[in-house]
Design a protein around this ligand. Sequence first.
Ligand SMILES: CC(C)(COP(=O)(O)OP(=O)(O)OC[C@H]1O[C@@H](n2cnc3c(N)ncnc32)[C@H](O)[C@@H]1OP(=O)(O)O)[C@@H](O)C(=O)NCCC(=O)NCCS
Length: 212
Amino acid sequence: MPLLAAPTITAGTLAALGQPVLPMDGGGMLRPWREADAASVVEAYADPHIQRWHVRRADSVAEAREWITLWRRTWQSETAGHWAVTADDGKTVLGRLALKSWDFFDGGAEVAYWTMPSARGAGVAARAVRAAARWALDEAGFQRLELEHSTANPASCRVAAKAGFEGEGLRRQAARHADGWHDMHRHAKVRQPGREHPSPAGSPECEGKGGL
Ligand SMILES: CC(C)(COP(=O)(O)OP(=O)(O)OC[C@H]1O[C@@H](n2cnc3c(N)ncnc32)[C@H](O)[C@@H]1OP(=O)(O)O)[C@@H](O)C(=O)NCCC(=O)NCCS
């Protein structure tokens, strides 16, 4: 069935561009993962907080290397961008920033992140999210970035707010963690705030959608 609107981003554009290195305000960068980062990935996933919120552990450097291979491939398949967040030296891994679930028609992606325990509390996560959002919305052509965290993770909520992602409400029991289902607080940042398509005059937001 022919589409009646053009995709927000043309397929092939970002694969052809290659994964960029993104500088962060105040120092450090987002750069593509390297095989040599595998030991840092194992260290990160040994942290109980990362295990809690990302619901995974890495059992060996070899396994982490396999993840890194998969993370690198997603750029060419235009499904996600996975970056290591590093210090100025480009080697010391401070964290992870991912833009996942690319949707080129609507222009959407989802933000995910963690920081190494030793790097926390210094604004790294918020600066990494800002750098990725700036690239995605201002350069790559994405229209909307979503970010979700459990309501039991207030530090992540603070990161979202500091990076300029507005709260959009709650998705009840939307994510499964090791300790059960969590309500998820959704945030989003859009390319052109204030340019949302208006509801019909006098019509509440949800009226008239029953027949879709
Ligand atoms: C959440 C996480 C990414 C934050 O990383 P970070 O580099 O420390 O983040 P920042 O320094 O940019 O900001 C953290 C903010 O949370 C605040 N914070 C930390 N713990 C908090 C808590 N228990 N309650 C409320 N706020 C908290 C900090 O004070 C800071 O805000 P401030 O700058 O206004 O003081 C990091 O703690 C982490 O990796 N946690 C485990 C994995 C995870 O939660 N990932 C996100 C899943 S959605």
